[in-house]
Write a protein that binds this ligand. Structure first.
Ligand SMILES: CC(C)(COP(=O)(O)OP(=O)(O)OC[C@H]1O[C@@H](n2cnc3c(N)ncnc32)[C@H](O)[C@@H]1OP(=O)(O)O)[C@@H](O)C(=O)NCCC(=O)NCCS
Length: 178
């Protein structure tokens, strides 16, 4: 059962150091590319994703995850297409807070905000095929494994399969209960 007090917080420039430290943790490095981890490029990405989902031109969104007032991770949505009614999401939780249901709840809270957009029909994500924790999160939220792109990604010099998972509006069951 996740801790009771999990909140999504709008990103601010002062979250940059936390995000850099999170991305440098061994679990994150194992599954997320750190190619673009300069302060400048991450700050630019933070600020580009700081808007509200209701802003008509906005395509990228990020929130920090707080657990009992402490920064615990981040969830994001990008490439929002109003034409196709779809968006791709990502998530990362600090090792100190993993394995407690924090990510499932935080992504659920993000999905609730995204599906408030009436045109949104599909949310999808991709994960390395050996990222079992990420797949467990997707499964718990009702996503379907839609396919595997073989040998699609090079990570740390090694080539991996990549899974694609999708959730349709009609399949969204709401934020999982605590
Ligand atoms: C993926 C990640 C965000 C999950 O965060 P979390 O807060 O621990 O997630 P939750 O606690 O909500 O759920 C994790 C689920 O994964 C399962 N899990 C964890 N490690 C696992 C493993 N090695 N094999 C199988 N399942 C595993 C847990 O049992 C749990 O499922 P359960 O509730 O049914 O028991 C976190 O591990 C992380 O930040 N990893 C590095 C970044 C990353 O991989 N991001 C996703 C990129 S696609």
């Amino acid at each position: 059962m996740p801790p009771a007090d999990i909140r999504l917080v709008r990103v601010l420039p002062e979250h940059l150091d936390f995000w850099l430290a999170l991305r440098a943790e061994p679990t994150s490095r194992r599954f997320v590319s750190s190619e673009e981890d300069s302060r400048e490029s991450l700050l630019k990405r933070l600020m580009e994703a700081s808007g509200e989902v209701t802003q008509p031109q906005a395509k990228s969104f990020r929130w920090m995850v707080e657990v009992q007032g402490q920064l615990a991770g981040t969830v994001s949505a990008r490439e929002l297409s109003r034409t196709h009614g779809r968006v791709v999401i990502g998530y990362m939780i600090s090792e100190a807070h993993q394995g407690q249901g924090v990510c499932t709840r935080a992504v659920g809270l993000m999905l609730e905000r995204l599906f408030a957009l009436p045109f949104l029909q599909r949310v999808w994500l991709h994960t390395l095929s050996h990222n079992a924790a990420s797949q467990a999160v997707a499964r718990k939220l009702g996503f379907t494994h839609e396919g595997t792109l073989r040998a699609h990604v090079v990570h740390d010099g090694e080539r991996f399969d990549q899974q694609h998972w999708g959730l349709l509006r009609s399949e969204w069951r709401g934020v999982p209960a605590r």
